[in-house]
Write a protein that binds this ligand. Structure first.
Ligand SMILES: C[S@@+](CC[C@H](N)C(=O)[O-])C[C@H]1O[C@@H](n2cnc3c(N)ncnc32)[C@H](O)[C@@H]1O
Length: 248
């Protein structure tokens, strides 16, 4: 598949192609099979197409299971309103992650502790968490580092509202609703990112352009392709996180 297609579009095309193929076969052959059995055939075709399209391996079981699970769920006769409610709920929690390819997952306690030790103890500094989730990391760091000015930017509505409420009633940090790609990094001494492999190259281009000499870019887990970090710190948490540090 050409690289310019977004993974969600590829997934949609695979589902459409396999459903159309299974539907055509269903109308042509006289085999007596249940709708569920046809859904399994559709799933097998979708899994095969996903494999042939060289999608990441986890897409194969997702494609295989999608239509059989749709048929099973329809058998429960759940009101369509619930599907809408669940869809809107996911949209509010995950925002545009189907576009950004950066979903919500939170930095571990071990990452929080490691960051505490990396930040200046005495000097004033500014820190931003790109995609600050529910604000937990900012809350912990702001409590410990009274010498720091902590900022976050988050695009998903529910995590943003949670972090905003926390900032009002709890620790001293600022959080904005928005897109960090439109935000200027030059005001910060430390830029922290816990994103995904997808945006790392663009993040580096933006950091090189905007961050001040001597400022620090820290990425949790995800490396910048082709740019060796100045330091990496392996942590012993549930996801074996590594912090990668680049001094601009
Ligand atoms: C992996 S989570 C990290 C949450 C938090 N920084 C932490 O370490 O616990 C990534 C977050 O980035 C947000 N995000 C992704 N792209 C974004 C963008 N362009 N602008 C603002 N937030 C974004 C997602 O909504 C998600 O909440």
């Amino acid at each position: 598949m050409p690289k310019r297609f977004h993974p969600a579009i590829i997934a949609l095309l695979i589902q459409i192609a396999s459903t159309a193929t299974a539907g055509t076969l269903m109308s042509m052959v006289t085999v007596h099979a249940s709708l569920f059995e046809w859904a399994i055939l559709q799933g097998l075709l979708a899994g095969l197409l996903s494999f042939l399209a060289k999608s990441p391996v986890w897409w194969v079981p997702i494609h295989f299971l999608f239509m059989p699970l749709v048929i099973i769920t329809l058998a429960f006769d759940i009101s369509a309103t619930w599907y809408l409610v669940m869809f809107l709920g996911l949209l509010l929690i995950y925002g545009k992650s189907f576009v950004t390819q950066v979903p919500l997952y939170l930095s571990s306690e071990t990452v929080n502790q490691a960051l505490e030790t990396l930040l200046p103890k005495q000097n004033q500094f500014t820190f931003i968490d790109l995609g600050s989730g529910c604000g937990g990391l900012l809350k912990n760091l702001a409590r410990i580092h009274g010498n720091g000015s902590f900022h976050g930017i988050e695009s998903a509505p529910i995590p943003f509202v949670i972090s905003k409420l926390r900032s009002l009633f709890d620790s001293d940090y600022d959080v904005h609703w928005g897109d960090f790609w439109k935000h200027d990094f030059s005001r910060y001494d430390v830029v922290y990112a816990y994103l995904s492999p997808v945006p790392m190259d663009s993040l580096w281009q933006k950091a090189k352009k905007e961050m001040r000499p001597g400022s620090l870019l820290i990425s949790n887990t995800f490396v910048i392709p082709g740019v060796a970090p100045d330091k990496s710190i392996q942590l012993n948490d549930f996801s074996n996180s590594t912090l990668y540090l680049w001094r601009l």
